[in-house]
Write a protein that binds this ligand. Structure first.
Ligand SMILES: [Zn+2]
Length: 220
């Protein structure tokens, strides 16, 4: 261990972001137990096609236990590097039959949420995924057009209408024939993903898949 690393470890000790234990030798962010809970060897992504305009959605785990704690640490603890690590995990968990994207696009936060939090966790996930896959991430491609009401405050039936027209294309990017992967931290009904995917498909994207760290319920 170098002197510099020793000093950095004293000032900024690396701990598991879920339970606070010593991290695994191969990961600065998770201990072996928590990594095993989030990333179970042999566990496959859930797969279903229950979101309009989205051909495939994958997630690391259900929104509970270590996965839920990891999402909270990333999001509310403002842990950008950990968010990128989770994005890397998402890419590495991609099963063979998952569509292989050539463009990664994070779901944008509302302006209010962004200024409150200071960063967009989905953007960090997208950058981690893009790095692992060797493809481009375009954080500015989608923008929030209006400030709708927070999805969590609405009954399921109203969520689709609330987000239907809430996105616009922020960057003049050629989407024709691109295979786009949308990335977000948590998906529940998928209404937000569907609204974003609809816009991307209308702009010429050949396919839109979706990747989230957690899904609140398995729907297929
Ligand atoms: Zn742990």
């Amino acid at each position: 261990m170098s002197l510099l690393k020793g000093l950095l470890d004293l000032i900024f000790p690396e701990v598991c972001r879920v339970c606070g234990a010593d991290p695994a030798r191969w990961s600065p962010y998770l201990c072996p137990d928590c990594e095993a809970e989030i990333w179970r060897p042999g566990m496959r992504f859930g797969e279903c096609a229950d979101i309009p305009f989205v051909t495939w959605i994958g997630w690391l785990g259900p929104y509970q236990g270590a996965v839920r704690t990891a999402v909270h640490a990333m999001k509310f603890g403002r842990q950008r590097a950990f968010a990128r690590h989770l994005g890397w995990m998402l890419a590495r968990r991609m099963p063979h039959q998952a569509p292989r994207p050539d463009l990664i696009v994070p779901i944008p936060l509302s302006r209010q949420a962004f200024s409150k939090r200071g960063f967009n966790q989905a953007e960090e996930l997208a950058l981690g995924m893009a790095d692992a896959l060797g493809v481009a991430a375009r954080p500015g491609l989608l923008r929030r057009r209006v400030t709708g009401r927070p999805q969590r405050s609405l009954p399921l039936a109203e969520r689709v209408a609330n987000v239907r027209d809430c996105f616009e294309l922020g960057a003049a990017t050629l989407l024709r024939n691109r295979r786009v992967a949308l990335v977000d931290d948590v998906a529940t009904t998928g209404a937000t993903m569907a609204a974003a995917a609809r816009l991307l498909r209308c702009a010429g994207a050949a396919e839109v898949s979706a990747y989230v760290v957690a899904r609140t319920e398995k729907r297929c």
